[in-house]
Write a protein that binds this ligand. Structure first.
Ligand code: ADP
Length: 367
């Protein structure tokens, strides 16, 4: 299998009018992720580029696919100033058979138009699952994928606040409820359908059936990925959802605290028991960066999730710092990935999104 160095060397030949030298020398290539025969990275499209950025993408793909052992290449484009939502989603060049182990996933998403459902879960509430889901959804969209976000946290829906849509209501036309659109992605939340002052006192089965309805009966349009922000915890509701929804993979959000990790382990087990592949663990509030002096302190300890992931044999997707900006932007209705697309936090989410996208195998066409 080609190494990162070999890949970078091959990419030196990729250039275009407007670049100083080539995509590697100009520092436009992101961290390269190699997963078996699959290679994933992104190219930052500089403002100075003349012409079609997808030509760069295609040339880079060609170079990488020509290397020994490379079976698929996912090259995403990200913009220097704002995320590019390209009209053509990047396609994984796909092998017919899966290389490792039996594929226990449903062969196709039971929901028409939705290629993959990605569940974002946590063992308990308050670990930043919704913040992470929102930013991950936006980062996936920044890679050029068509993305939807369903806030399934019925007890404390946070999407309306996170996306600055508290007073918005979805359109109902001829008995069809349409997903709303914000920041280039499709969104839906129980929060849009209930009064804030009336807390939900539904029991589990009602919650599951309401959520299944939101998944199946809402007009989402064509989506590459639907990010499902699961209700926190690992109770019956979550288990039933994990069983009934054709989930392509799950991501677990955890804080570095041991207790949270114990909870996170329950989350892992829940998905493993129903044969949903775990795409990895994200450590949120991983480290504290002082907004005044920039110094980092590990308030909750640091690296716990990384060690735990290694022990559990699950990919570690990345650590997101505890930072005032992340909370501030969320509260103001524009998640940090959107508010500061060039900032350090957006970069972290982009890397996580690449690692997640690398693991989503496209559903094969039936014909
Ligand atoms: P959950 O969905 O797990 O209950 P939320 O995403 O609602 O958690 O986050 C809980 C609170 O913590 C929110 O106020 C959110 O803005 C804040 N928060 C989450 N992650 C971070 C972070 N990395 N840095 C700063 N604040 C964060």
């Amino acid at each position: 299998m080609a190494t990162k160095d070999q890949i970078l060397k091959a990419l030196i030949s990729v250039t275009a009018p407007g670049l100083k030298e080539d995509i590697v020398s100009d520092g436009l290539v992101s961290d390269i992720i190699i997963d078996g025969g699959k290679v994933v990275f992104s190219i930052t499209v500089p403002k100075a580029l003349h012409g079609d950025p997808t030509a760069l993408q295609k040339a880079a793909e060609r170079e990488v696919l020509a290397l020994d052992g490379v079976e698929t290449a996912l090259v995403a484009l990200t913009a220097e100033a704002e995320p590019v939502v390209s009209t053509e989603p990047p396609k994984l060049k796909q092998r017919k058979e899966r290389p490792l182990g039996p594929d226990m996933r449903p062969k196709s998403a039971a929901i028409p138009g939705i290629k993959h459902i990605l569940a974002v879960a946590s063992g308990k509430g308050g670990v930043g699952k919704s913040t992470t889901s929102a930013n991950l959804a936006l980062a996936l969209s920044g890679l050029g994928l068509k993305v939807g976000l369903l806030d399934a946290d019925i007890y404390g829906p946070s999407l309306p606040r996170l996306f600055g849509m508290v007073d918005d209501r979805p359109e109902l036309k001829e008995d069809v409820l349409y997903a709303m659109e914000r920041y280039g992605i499709k969104v839906m939340s129980m929060g849009f359908l209930m009064e804030e002052e009336n807390p939900v006192i539904w029991r589990g089965p009602m919650i599951v059936s309401a959520l299944m309805q939101l998944l199946k009966e809402v007009a989402w349009g064509e989506l590459d990925v639907l990010v499902l922000d699961m209700p926190p915890g690992t109770g019956d509701t979550q288990l039933t959802l994990a069983q009934q929804v054709p989930v392509a993979g799950a991501v677990i959000v955890s804080t570095p605290q041991d207790l949270a990790l114990i909870d996170a382990r329950k989350g892992l087990k829940m998905f493993q028991n129903v044969d949903v592949p775990i795409l990895g663990i994200i450590e949120n509030m991983s480290t504290f960066i002082c907004p005044h002096c920039g110094e980092r302190s590990d308030i909750f300890g640091h690296g716990g999730a990384q060690e735990e992931s290694a022990k559990l044999g699950v990919p570690f997707l990345g650590g997101i710092p505890l930072h005032m900006d992340i909370r501030k932007y969320s509260d103001a209705g524009t998640p940090v990935v959107m508010a500061e697309p060039d900032g350090p936090h957006a970069k972290i989410f982009e890397t996580i999104a690449l690692k997640v996208a690398a693991q989503l195998n496209p559903v094969e066409d039936e014909d």
